[in-house]
Design a protein around this ligand. Structure first.
Ligand code: PEP
Ligand code: MN
Length: 339
């Protein structure tokens, strides 16, 4: 919708109309009391590229259609996306995915121990970082390729599919060879070259919301992966930056039903990174189930005090079975069983 200024002349209105018609969109001139609005029905991208804001007599251009396309449930995709990760159903509204594991792979023993614990408690997938995005370049950055081998061993032993982060395009081949789900971290949500590479790897993608990204931006980032022909994308709410500093980030619970309304993609919640405090992880996990999440991703460690990364938010491995049982009970109230 192009809104003209109150002073716009007939000639200026006609010029905008001609410009729009030249792109093949259907044009509707709507004269009002004070201003004239011009409706353009058709390809919004083509209209955006015309740069109509710069034309004489134009006050503003108001997009009516949503900026994300492939991730939108609006037109082409009313049904929820659902797919299987090694037999575990993601999306579709009847299952709840429990993804658990250490923040980062530290040693073989640590990773295998946690993998066995979460498997025994009914987890759907194992998480674990090999390449870690760290705020300080001097912090532990992960074991890299050696960690991928350890994760592969954990999968071979437990049968759990592995979720691990792709931090950089240069690691794409190695990560794709070992991961069942490629995680794109919050800090890379708008790394468009990385998103395109992730879209080409032929593996499901867990796309985390940027810490200062809007939901529109999250779904447009998902479009980058989807447009590479990869339909298996799940989006993840992991907390955003707000004025509140009591928690590490602020878990945006309204994001979950909003995403369910506007997108067909499965929605996963990360209460560990959102809160930064293990005492808050269970209530937030239960809340995630209550507002319709398709699953959660949580950090677990045998000895969080000694963890090399994110210890304060890691659940004690010894507490995980009880945690899983209580959260699963909440998911069941929403008609979901463990994937
Ligand atoms: C993680 O999952 O370990 C992680 C670094 O998460 P985020 O990208 O959401 O900070
Ligand atoms: Mn972490």
């Amino acid at each position: 919708m192009v809104v003209m200024t109150p002073e716009a002349t007939e000639a200026e209105i006609a010029a905008v109309k001609r410009r729009l018609e030249a792109t093949g969109v259907h044009v509707l001139v709507l004269p009002g009391e004070l201003t004239t609005a011009i409706g353009a029905i058709g390809d919004p991208e083509g209209v955006r590229e015309l740069g109509l804001e710069g034309m004489e007599g134009v006050d503003r251009v108001v997009p009516i259609s949503r900026p994300y396309k492939l991730a939108s449930s609006e037109l082409a995709h009313p049904e929820p996306t659902t797919f299987s990760v090694a037999g575990h159903r993601v999306g579709g509204g009847t299952t709840f995915c429990l993804i658990a594991g250490p923040c980062t792979v530290e040693t073989r023993e640590q990773t295998l121990a946690v993998a066995r614990t979460v498997k025994a408690a009914g987890a759907s997938m194992l998480r674990g970082g090999a390449y870690k995005p760290r705020t300080s370049p001097f912090a532990f950055k992960g074991l890299g390729a050696a960690a991928l081998e350890i994760l592969a061993e954990a999968r071979a032993e437990t049968g759990l599919p592995v979720v691990t982060e792709l931090l950089d395009t240069q690691h794409a081949e190695g990560v794709a060879a070992h991961a069942d789900v490629i995680q794109i971290g919050a800090r890379n949500m708008q790394n468009y070259a990385l998103l395109e590479v992730a879209g080409k790897l032929g593996k499901p993608v867990l796309l985390k919301r940027g810490l200062s990204s809007s939901l529109d931006e999250l779904l447009m980032a998902a479009d980058y992966v989807l447009k590479e022909g990869n339909p298996r994308v799940m989006v993840c709410e992991r907390g955003i930056r707000t004025f509140e500093t009591a928690t590490r980030f602020t878990l945006d619970l309204s994001a979950i039903p909003w995403l369910k309304l506007h997108s067909h993609l499965p929605v996963i919640v990360d209460p560990s990174h959102a809160s930064g405090d293990r005492r808050l992880v269970e209530p937030l996990a239960r809340a995630a189930a209550a507002v319709g999440a398709d699953g959660i991703i949580v950090e677990v460690h045998e000895n969080p005090e000694a963890a090399l990364c994110d210890g304060p938010q890691a659940l004690y491995a010894r507490d995980f079975a009880g945690f899983a049982e209580r959260v699963t009970a909440h998911a069941r109230l929403e008609g979901r069983t463990l994937a």
